[in-house]
Each structure stands twice: as C-alpha cells, then as structure tokens.
Design a protein around this ligand. Structure first.
Ligand code: 3PG
Length: 218
C-alpha cells in the first residue's frame, strides 16, 4: 500500500480557492472563441474561480487562453479522469484540478502535484480512500442524486473535519441550501452558462446570472 500523504498545505490552498468563489461555474467550451468572453463575464459578475471541463477538444486551449487573457480568473480543469489528463491540464496552466471520481492513480498523482486537486466522491467508502491518503476536501458528485443536502448532513457526523464542494444538479435556487451547511465550502454547476445564452453570445446575461448567484448565495 502506498503510504505517502497529501501535503496539508494543499488543503489550505483548496480552502483559499473556495473562499474566492463560493460558487464555481463548471464550463464546457464548445467554441474556443467563447472561452475568454465567458471568463470575463463571470469574473465581472463576481465569480473568479472557474472550472473548465475536459469534455471538448477545446478545453486545454481554453484554459491556456483564459489564463493568459483574464488574469483575475483562477481557472482549473474538471472532468480529469486519469494522470495523463491531469498532467496535460497542469501544462496548460490550470491552477487547480477536479475529478468526478477517484482512482488510486489520481490520488497518487494529486499528492505529487504542485497545484491543488479536488477529488470527486459519491460514497463514504470513496471518501475513506481519500482520507487515508491525506485528502480532506472533496467534490461531492453527482450531489442531487447522491442524496443532496441530507447526505452531506449525514456525512458531518462521522466525518466532522471533511469539507465538500457539491456539484451535479445544483441550480441557482438550491445553491444557498448547500452553502448553508457547515461542511460545504463551495458549490459548482453549469447553470451559470446556459447553452441558449452562450449560443447567442449574450455575455451581459452571463454577468447578470453570476451577480444574481453571488447575491442569493450571501
Ligand atoms: C460537473 O461536472 O460538476 C457537472 O457536470 C455539473 O453538473 P450540473 O450540470 O448538473 O451543474
């Protein structure tokens, strides 16, 4: 068994990120040209921490472009499912990494990484795999169908020092219920960039959505 543990400063780095943006827009970039204006619109609306999912061929270029052109943004890579993706995302300038689930290889890679890694869990046993390797912060995915706020409340008994970023099925009107929980440090989701608005390239509408979210999350 590998006994190397996650350096504790990585936990502090995740906490810092979440304090900057208690709501993290989860972005899927279908047109590379949209990447910078979407990031600018979200930053202008008060949401500087952005997760670009590796779900389209543009994702890594989008991360590079945002990192270069929008210095106020903290852009990370999501949907990272193996160490090769992790490395590519780091090489593209990502400032953090998120995975939807865990594998032993990803947990190992996160431990030697220079940037913070938020592994995804859905069950107590998966969480325990991470805890055993020193992880204390997790994405909880897919939050709504995995039990939502009730599951997170239940986790807080046996795992009082663990904090979560739930994503999956969270919307503007439910974000606040999650953020009210003591073990939720931030939430993520795609509701800030609806496909119809992105297709129309209505960046002001994205800024408005971000502002509404920031206000309702208070
Ligand atoms: C994720 O990767 O976190 C999810 O795709 C976000 O889920 P949502 O589309 O329900 O917000």
């Amino acid at each position: 068994m590998n006994t190397t543990l996650l350096p504790p400063e990585m936990i502090a780095k995740i906490d810092q990120l979440c304090r900057l943006g208690p709501v993290i827009p989860v972005l899927t970039i279908n047109r590379l040209e949209d990447a910078i204006p979407i990031a600018e619109a979200l930053v202008a609306g008060g949401l500087p921490v952005l997760e670009v999912t590796l779900r389209t061929p543009h994702a890594l270029k989008a991360i590079e472009a945002i990192t270069r052109a929008v210095p106020e943004a903290h852009v990370g890579a999501g949907t990272v499912i193996n160490p090769a993706d992790f490395k590519r995302a780091v090489d593209s300038g990502s400032s953090f990494i998120v995975s939807p689930g865990i594998t032993p290889e990803l947990l190992d890679y996160g431990i030697i990484s220079d940037i913070p890694y938020l592994p995804g869990i859905q069950t107590v046993s998966e969480m325990m795999e991470g805890i055993q390797r020193g992880y204390r912060r997790f994405k909880f995915f897919p939050a709504e169908i995995a039990g939502g706020t009730a599951a997170l409340n239940a986790f807080s008994g046996p795992f009082g020092d663990i904090r979560f970023c739930p994503t999956g099925g969270i919307r503007a009107h439910t974000a606040k219920e999650y953020l009210a929980l003591a073990n939720v440090m931030c939430v993520g989701g795609t509701w800030l960039t609806p496909a119809d608005i992105v297709n129309k390239q209505d960046w002001q509408a994205i800024t408005q959505l971000a502002k509404q979210t920031v206000n309702s999350a208070k």
